[in-house]
Design a protein around this ligand. Sequence first.
Ligand code: HEM
Ligand SMILES: *[C@@H]1O[C@H](CO)[C@@H](O)[C@H](O)[C@H]1NC(C)=O
Ligand SMILES: CC(=O)N[C@H]1CO[C@H](CO)[C@@H](O)[C@@H]1O
Length: 495
Amino acid sequence: MASVLFPWLAWLLVSLAAVYLLGHGRRRGRPPGPRPLPVIGSLHLLGNQPHRSLARLAKVHGPLMSLHLGAVTTVVASSPAAAQEFLQRHDAVFSNRSVPDAAGDHSRNSLVWLPNAPRWRALRKIMGTELFAPHRLDALQHLRRDKVRELVDHVGRLARRGEAVNIGRVAFTTCVNLISCTIFSRDLTSLDDDGGSGEFQEVVTDIMEAGGSPNISDFFPALAAADLQGWRRRLGRLFARLHRTFDEEIDARLRGRETGGPKKNDFLDLLLDAAEDGDNTARLDRDTLRSLFTDLFGAGSDTSSSTLEWAMTELLQSPASMTKACDELATVIGSKRSIEESDIDRLPYLQAVVKETFRLHPPVPLLIPRHTKVDTKIMGYTIPQGSRVFINVWAMGRDKETWPEPKKFMPERFLGRTVDLRGGDFDLIPFGAGRRICPGMPLAIRMVHLILASLLNQFTWRLPDEVERNGVDMAEKFGVTLTKAVPLCAFATPL
Ligand code: HEM
Ligand SMILES: *[C@@H]1O[C@H](CO)[C@@H](O)[C@H](O)[C@H]1NC(C)=O
Ligand SMILES: CC(=O)N[C@H]1CO[C@H](CO)[C@@H](O)[C@@H]1O
């Protein structure tokens, strides 16, 4: 019997090995993934909702998967355990970015794209110990309080005129102004002047969209110099417009300082002070300031306002949660008083609403891509040098292993258990984790809670009738930020 079977078995083994070697020869030891096509690899599987397609692929290939996107090996982590490997255990190895071609010159001075080297570390240090330190944020909170009062007044005016409120739009303007108060002690846009803020919003959303769109140059680095689709040129123009605005602020402040004007102790003053200090590692020249401000507005405004729009969208479709959030505010604050940033600690249900919103609608669904120059072993697989690494927090938020009834908006799930959203708990990492964690997180957390609480504490909200009947269109638009494709408009009634 054995003699009959042997040649057949041998043939089977040899051919299996051949298939294996031909198909996977270049990917031995790498995380599993879809079989690539010639040239494009698996690009055709990505579509225009990459976070969703990658989540579907991860269901087949597992929480640590690798795929060829064009000429670039791309590794995707889709579970808390896999994310932890990259962002905690091997954080140092993966703390460089994979820089999209469209970033162009901007990446040379940008906190977001600079590699983990002394200059980036010096800039991060200024962020952590100066700009976003709690005492600094506290010192400027009166400016943010004024901006939120303006928002409430503006919504009140719209309510009296019977006009619907475009939540994303007003939230965006308010977030931009909260950030610009914190940086420049001044507004950059206004709620009433639709033209001006419209333009600023357009520039920032264009930058976010262009920055997030998968582009030929990023999958075929050899073609990047040609900038085939013109994204680098287009973004270059958008950046130039922002830089003009920032230059005006910086020049005016420098003139003021020369003539001995009073210090404002906002971010700009702190940065100008730091620039005058001897230590030059951060190299705070004009180009760097421009890039830094571009980063802060770019990374801070769309992300925060999109969170607010999704939070309101979910609450408007979940009356029980809306009632609980409003009852909590009525009990703890009362509609007579405006919310302070220090009140947030006393609003556990509101915090749960924000966490639940981050779980279902993480503003940065794949985090910002990491990159490594060395081969690294993770979960028994080899992550080859040169890989681009995505952490699919969108998939993690909807995984039924971690979250019972994952599709349901249910803030209560966060009441019984303590889940930290600041990078300490890998189940929920909307801000990333490790060395590259979002440095603006302390400001973002204040802004989002403050604005949401103020909108809920002063008004009751309802959807337009036809939307109430047909349901809210929940479609997403993928970019660096995952925004709502159809803007949410709702009617407010003052309490
Ligand atoms: C809801 C609001 C926000 C969310 C969800 C968010 C999320 C993120 C995420 C996921 C990253 C990448 C982290 C990683 O790679 O592990 C990031 C990076 C960054 N964020 Fe935020 N962010 C928000 C608001 C802000 C604000 C308000 C600012 C500043 C004003 C800001 C400034 C930055 C900067 C400068 C980086 C790059 C850091 C680096 O590469 O070293 N973000 N953010
Ligand atoms: C990160 O980038 C820097 C500068 O390009 C390089 O020196 C360093 O080796 C990189 N680190 C890793 C782990 O890839
Ligand atoms: C190849 C590719 O996906 N190109 C994209 C580059 O970015 C723009 C902006 O969203 C997309 O429209 C292109 O399809």
